[in-house]
Design a protein around this ligand. Structure first.
Ligand code: SF4
Length: 708
């Protein structure tokens, strides 16, 4: 008789961070259900979370290390010792010949906090480079900048319960009905209980999230900064601001006040292509509601003006004093399950563990002292787009990629594929062997995946959960932290034979214990947490300093902000149009986004046939007028082209878009399409502060496909 067990863990998809109960027999995962005890979801799961147990197809998994010793050769099976020894020899030789900045690590918001920490220590303390960046650069780096420069700390100040308590909710650039479904369900239930709650959705498309909206502002793509300045203009005009809060807790308002005089309703309505009446209604609801909360995601972040958009939205909260109280505050939704953990452990090239900055000499000295090394490098590391540019230019000669698929997710894909193909040594540490990036691997290292590994994750509301393994990893796959530490020890022997190992970790918990002390006394202090504490008390929100008996629901309740002055800062950034304007050759604006039942590049979701029941295949969505203008019919095969590439797929009429706009799901890549997916078309323009690329706005044209 098979014995059944249940292990409490978390879902590995989005940043809501739902708790799951994994049913298993010790060897195989048999089922999954929502954890009623987990505070993020209280037992709910969405279509992706509830089908996790159907994504265990072993044919899709990397099961043993594979190595090739020449680009023209096929990879063949090897053992862990040979694989990691070879990698350490190549990395050490490259570093000796070309210096530490000739190698790089590109990691992922899918990793657990312990994995991130190991990679950070490896790159910065063993290799001696800040060339470590993650796919969170494509996801949240504008929110990081927005929070830091406006509030002084990269910390979402709210909790999910605030969403339910708010009187006025502005959802900008987020189709949370699809991208954060369980949180959206919580919002639906709250709206049913409190129908007086006002919900405003700001999105160029009429998305599924709009079904809950009292007001939908279908703004011109990319015009968010103008909209937020225009709202502030009206708030000022009508006296709907909180002068006491501004005077007591902020700085820089006078300059912003002057700046937004240039954004009167008539001009903003024109720039944003919305009605003046809707703008005034939006401002009135924000200005007159007892509490106001905003939620945002990729529509603001994935932009060449992402930092300005974040700060302009946070300005509205500071001007109205709508922060640090129930139902109020600026609340970014994180896309990936542990993007927050990445930010905390310093997994962007410009960061260091414990919310420190790589450019700050004191921060570098603190981390170096903690690790017991002389110093950390002072040369800046490369953020994702620049990192792959350096790869293309031949300056990066060995690249380690973990748990992410840049050969689908980075913009301007043709160049990314060229760069990966030309790189002398590419290591890919992955659970799924069918990703586009795996094709470029000289060394493929099989990684454990959901249900198979231990660690912690932090969700969008700063809540840390203990992720527990239910079954052993298949084949020879190993936990990411374990692969990284094993490699680090081999590299240490070659590069620093004189010093004791910094990687004497025998468990994920040992990594957590070391990492958490680096947060002590910092804004995110989670040094009062431990695995035992999380098991005893359940998931907790940071800060959770030593001596705390519970986590922190809400930040800035005393009106003090972590800038040196103790005040939050207004920012008066001008509205700047997206980088690639439409032209007669490329007259349509291409936007991309998520579907309800797929995740990222479908590495995992493509293994569960049930998840294709919602949408079977990718289509390009166009307004019916745009189809008619091109003499196209619904379902015709079309060629979608930008200045950088093209792909062929069916077209679908969609009046949720305005004429002149096109929309494409981001999930389907080269495995399924004639072409490299949506990022064959996107451009590598980046925000000047966050270096996040503009993935939501490229100019394109559509024509009937001419097939041979
Ligand atoms: Fe998983 Fe997100 Fe769905 Fe929750 S909402 S079950 S975390 S995909």
């Amino acid at each position: 008789m098979t014995s059944h067990h249940v292990t409490a863990s978390t879902c590995c998809y989005c940043g809501v961070g739902c708790g799951v109960l994994i049913e298993h027999d010790g060897a195989r995962i048999l089922g999954v259900s929502g954890d009623p005890e987990h505070p993020a979801n209280h037992g709910r799961l969405c279509s992706k979370g509830s089908t996790l147990h159907l994504t265990g197809d072993l044919d899709a998994r990397a099961l043993y290390p594979e190595l090739r010793l020449g680009k023209s050769l096929a990879r063949s099976r090897t053992d862990w010792h040979s694989a990691l020894d070879h990698a350490a020899t190549v990395f050490a030789e490259t570093i000796r010949q070309h210096g530490p900045d000739s190698v790089a690590f590109y990691i992922s918001g899918q990793l657990l906090t312990e994995d991130y920490y190991a990679f950070n220590k490896l790159a910065r303390a063993v290799v001696g480079t800040h060339n470590i960046d993650s796919n969170s650069r494509l996801c949240m780096s504008s929110a990081v900048v927005g929070y830091k420069r406006s509030l002084g700390s990269d910390a979402p100040p709210c909790s999910y319960s605030d969403i339910e308590q708010s009187d006025c909710l502005l959802i900008a650039g987020s189709n949370m009905a699809y991208a954060h479904p369980v949180l959206f369900r919580r919002l639906e239930e709250a709206k049913a209980r409190r129908p007086q709650m006002k919900i405003i959705v700001v999105d160029p498309r009429r998305t599924e999230t709009c079904e809950l909206a009292d007001l939908h502002l279908a703004l011109q793509p990319g015009s968010d900064v103008a909209l937020f300045h225009g709202i502030l203009h009206v708030l000022l005009q009508e006296g709907w601001i909180d002068r006491h809060f501004i005077d007591a807790h902020t700085e820089g308002f006078a300059a912003l006040e002057r700046h937004v005089r240039d954004y009167p309703p008539a001009r903003v309505a024109e720039l944003c292509q919305i009605s003046r009446a809707d703008l005034l209604t939006c401002a009135r609801w924000i200005g007159q509601s007892p509490s106001f909360l905003s939620l945002w995601c990729m529509g603001l972040n994935q932009s060449s003006a992402g930092s300005a958009k974040n700060s302009a939205l946070i300005n509205l909260h500071l001007a109205t004093g709508q922060i640090g109280k129930a139902g109020a505050g600026p609340f970014s939704l994180t896309g990936q399950p542990n993007a927050m953990g990445g930010r905390e452990t310093g997994s962007l090239s410009n960061l260091l563990p414990g919310h420190r900055d790589a450019a700050n000499p004191e921060h570098r000295a603190e981390v170096a002292a903690y690790w017991g090394i002389e110093q950390l490098p002072s040369t800046a590391g490369l953020p994702a787009i620049e990192l792959f540019d350096a790869l293309h230019a031949g300056r990066i000669k060995a690249l380690w990629i973990a748990c992410t698929n840049p050969a689908q997710s980075l913009p301007n894909q043709h160049r990314v594929h060229e760069a990966l193909a030309a790189c002398p040594f590419v290591v890919v540490q992955e659970a799924f062997r069918h990703t586009e990036t795996c094709e470029h691997a000289d060394l493929l290292l099989p990684a454990a995946s959901w249900g198979e590994k231990e660690g912690t994750v932090t969700n969008s509301e700063r809540r840390v959960s203990h992720v527990r393994p239910a079954v052993p990893a298949p084949g020879q796959a190993r936990a990411d932290w374990s692969i990284t530490c094993d490699f680090a020890r081999r590299l240490e022997k070659r590069l620093h034979p004189e010093r004791p190992s910094l990687f004497d970790f025998r468990s994920a918990e040992a990594l957590f214990e070391e990492y958490k002390s680096l947060t002590r006394g910092r804004d995110l202090d989670l040094s009062g947490l431990s695995y035992a504490r999380l098991d005893e008390q359940g998931p907790q929100q940071w800060p959770f300093p030593p001596g705390a008996d519970q986590g922190t629901t809400r930040l800035y309740t005393d009106g003090r902000f972590p800038h040196d002055s103790g005040r939050a800062r207004f920012h008066a950034d001008p509205y700047l149009a997206p980088q690639e304007p439409c032209t007669p050759d490329y007259p349509l604006i291409l936007n991309s986004g998520r579907l309800r039942d797929q995740w990222h590049g479908m590495s995992r979701t493509s293994t569960a046939s049930r998840l294709f029941g919602h949408v079977e295949a990718a289509t390009l969505n166009l307004h019916p007028e745009d189809l008619q203008r091109r003499q196209l019919q619904d379902g015709d095969l079309i060629t979608l082209s930008s200045r950088r590439g093209s792909l062929i797929l069916p077209v679908q009429a969609d009046d949720a878009l305005r004429p002149g706009q096109a929309w494409l799901p981001m999930h389907w890549g080269k495995r399924f399409l004639k072409g490299l997916g949506s990022n064959a078309l996107t451009l590598p323009a980046v925000d000047p502060l966050s270096r996040q690329p503009e993935l939501k706005h490229a100019s394109v044209e559509v024509s009937k496909a001419e097939l041979p």
